[in-house]
Design a protein around this ligand. Sequence first.
Ligand code: ADP
Ligand code: MG
Length: 224
Amino acid sequence: MRSKLIKVEKMEIVSQLAASISHEVRNPLTVVKGFIQLMKSQSVPKETQDEYMHIALEEIHRAETIINDYLTFAKPSTNKTEPLMVDQELCYVIHMLQPIAQMNGIKIEEKLQPGSIIGNAQHFRQCFLNLMKNSIEAMPNGGILTVSSTVQENGIIITVQDTGIGMTKEQISRFGEPYFSTKEKGTGLGSMVAVKLIETMNGTWQIQSEVGHGTLTTIMFPKA
Ligand code: ADP
Ligand code: MG
């Protein structure tokens, strides 16, 4: 009975996340629609038109960022859980991020021990994409992103560590809170999505961080 209850709750987390997207993306789309309507209905001077275009493009970019925080890997019909090789999945995400890391002078170090957990590959990738992206964004002047997986007797420990700007105590305590962002164009949704997905996969997490030195996020999953 208890395990059934937990399962229902987890399904709910996932469908809540999906519902949040349409909600979140609607705002920027409304803005874009408004500006396009304005441009259509009046003879707008060139200068104002450029300004409207600029805002519309920014909003489209924002909609895209929100979708990326939630659904980079989403395909229809996949909420299934299966054994996942954490080292392979982490490698996949690292390869995806390699170009932006390189552009920002960031070296990615992998220390990946093979091991498996039970989860959904899309959720797992989304979760670590969001965490690693935060690390990359925390190192605007370059640095080192270290990703490790370690197999222990009763679980697998994954760490994502950066040499970036770090977080204050308050920022650490608000990690995972929806809409909390210190970035000019942040959504404050990436860490919330990551935390929810870790919980969906029965994982736990912990953050250690020091301003000016960097951040270490440790995630523990039960072994498959
Ligand atoms: P966003 O990245 O859009 O700001 P997130 O939910 O992904 O939203 O992150 C929330 C906030 O947590 C960030 O704005 C930042 O202040 C802080 N944060 C998360 N990860 C890190 C990190 N690795 N280093 C420094 N700050 C971080
Ligand atoms: Mg983020």
